[in-house]
Design a protein around this ligand. Structure first.
Ligand code: HEM
Length: 141
């Protein structure tokens, strides 16, 4: 569960960056593939539709983060599908590092320390829930 203060920070911050989200997502994928070029081969050549889905999923999770139990099941199913795509736990660490680098570049690491912590807590919760779904993949798929 997220602290209430983190939930509020993430939701307010998301509203601010939402207009920029497509551009941020492009930066994020560049960083992800720089960190681990092998990950590029997991994705289709045209990243467009994956990018759309990912952004929708993040928007939904941010909107519903204060009612997390309502999205838990979707995230577990998403994690189970990721296990089928070939995503392993270490890839979630790389994913998190690329997300946090992308956000740090947009924010002021001194002034926005608490906000960065809030985003990290949000993505950690989403990633851990997906990985739980991944561990139970055969039961869910
Ligand atoms: C917070 C963590 C993540 C979220 C919210 C997320 C979300 C999504 C969503 C919504 C899709 C669209 C397809 C579907 O719904 O099944 C997708 C596809 C995909 N994701 Fe993720 N993802 C996350 C982490 C990762 C990680 C760590 C990897 C591995 C590097 C990864 C690799 C992929 C791949 C390869 C596809 C596309 C498969 C295809 O269309 O062929 N994702 N992701």
């Amino acid at each position: 569960m997220l602290l209430e203060s983190h939930t509020r920070l993430v939701q307010a911050s998301y509203r601010k960056i939402a207009g920029n989200i497509f551009e941020l997502s492009g930066i994020f994928y560049r960083k992800l593939f720089e960190k681990d070029p092998r990950l590029r081969f997991l994705f289709p050549e045209d990243l467009g539709s994956v990018q759309d889905h990912l952004l929708q999923m993040i928007a939904t999770a941010v909107r519903q983060i204060d009612r997390f139990e309502e999205v838990r099941h979707h995230l577990e199913n998403l994690g189970a599908r990721h296990a089928v795509y070939g995503v392993v736990p270490k890839d979630y660490e790389t994913f998190m590092a690329a997300v946090m680098d992308t956000l740090s570049d947009q924010l002021d690491p001194q002034r926005d320390q608490e906000l960065l912590k809030a985003w990290e807590a949000f993505f950690t919760l989403v990633s851990e829930t997906m990985q739980e779904g991944g561990r139970n993949a055969p039961a869910i798929c």
